[in-house]
Write a protein of this length. Structure first.
Length: 336
């Protein structure tokens, strides 16, 4: 590779396309690392995100998706488990099977041409939007010494996924596990410290999501941080019957407000962008006229801001601007 230098003047004059998002406001292009404890529900979450992108349904019941072909490498599963999980998720989402979601439960490791096979799949699916790898340990190479990798080992394998995603303008969601908390500790102070492996894994990722859920409860929390997204923690709830994760905006209370105003504020806070009355009404399944009247009253009371005609947001978010995005998913290749 030949070094390429440029001046600050040239950089400021250059027209650079905005960041593309597989899931608007939630998961940008590049590599997203999704970590969680075993059996916490991260495979169900990843599978749902793939279905949402493939069918252009809202992810987590709220976030708009960029439609496109999806490659889901479910490397800890088999056909029976994939079929059962797919059926439950589709029933919960109200969708039917879609050709844009491609699945495989066997795939060569990186050293055996795994990345080359992904490249070939991308070449034959120009509308590709998302790749899901479940899990990192199943695709990366084995280590010769006691199964442990160095910082350089961890960084390079994750960086190879990141480079591929950025070069192709797509999103890669790679799943991995989190460590068991130390004795006496409920959780690590920093969610990134929970991710297994060295800091090379988190250091190479563009976005990091850590899913937390206590056993025997449907409530969870998704911690998100990254280079192109503001750090946040989303309250989630899983529908045990369908394995479907959804946002739980009702767990974001606003003291001193009526339930209707709390709901409206939670809706905009989750979206993190200005919303029209129509969008708010559809998201909360409320009457348009009632929402319009409530928005006007909340602006008068200083609880909402109206940065542009017909759009409402929270006062602390009024300076945030989201770029519009276009987006699209797929079936089972056999790399052997």
């Amino acid at each position: 590779m030949t070094p390429d230098t440029f001046t600050l003047t040239d950089l400021m004059r250059e027209e650079i396309p905005p960041t593309r998002w597989a899931i608007d406001g939630l998961i940008p292009e590049g590599l997203t690392l999704l970590a969680g404890r075993p059996k916490a529900g991260k495979s169900w979450l990843a599978h749902h995100l793939g279905l949402a992108v493939a069918t252009e349904r809202p992810a987590l019941g709220f976030y708009p998706c960029r439609s496109g072909s999806v490659l889901y490498l479910a490397l800890e599963d088999n056909k029976r488990r994939l079929k059962t999980r797919s059926a439950k998720l589709m029933a919960g989402m109200g969708i039917t099977p879609h050709e844009r979601l491609c699945m495989a439960y066997r795939w060569p490791k990186v050293a055996s041409g795994g990345m080359t096979h992904i490249e070939k799949w991308l070449d034959t699916h120009p509308d590709a939007s998302l790749i899901i790898i479940d899990t990192l340990a199943k695709l990366r190479d084995n280590f010769a010494k006691d199964g442990k990798g160095t910082y350089a080992d961890d960084y390079e394998v994750v960086a190879s996924f990141q480079r591929q995603a950025m070069d192709r303008g797509i999103t890669n969601i790679t799943l991995t596990h989190t460590r068991k908390p130390k004795s006496g500790d409920q959780e690590h102070d920093d969610p990134l410290d929970e991710v297994t492996g060295t800091t090379g894994i988190t250091g190479a990722a563009d976005t990091i999501m850590v899913l937390r859920r206590n056993r025997q409860t449907p409530n969870g929390r998704l911690f998100i941080t990254g280079r192109d997204i503001e750090e946040t923690a989303l309250p989630l709830k899983i529908d045990m019957q369908h394995g479907l994760w959804r946002l739980d905006p009702d767990s974001l209370p606003e003291d001193g407000l009526t339930p209707e105003r709390r709901d409206l504020i939670a809706t905009i806070r989750i979206a993190r962008r200005p919303m029209t009355i129509t969008e708010i009404a559809e998201a909360r399944e409320k009457d348009y006229g009632a929402v319009a009247m409530l928005c006007r009253k909340m602006v008068e009371d200083g609880q909402l801001a109206c940065p542009a005609r017909g759009k409402y947001t929270l006062p602390e978010l009024k300076d945030e601007i989201k770029q519009p995005h276009d987006f699209t998913i797929l079936t089972i290749p056999n790399p052997d």
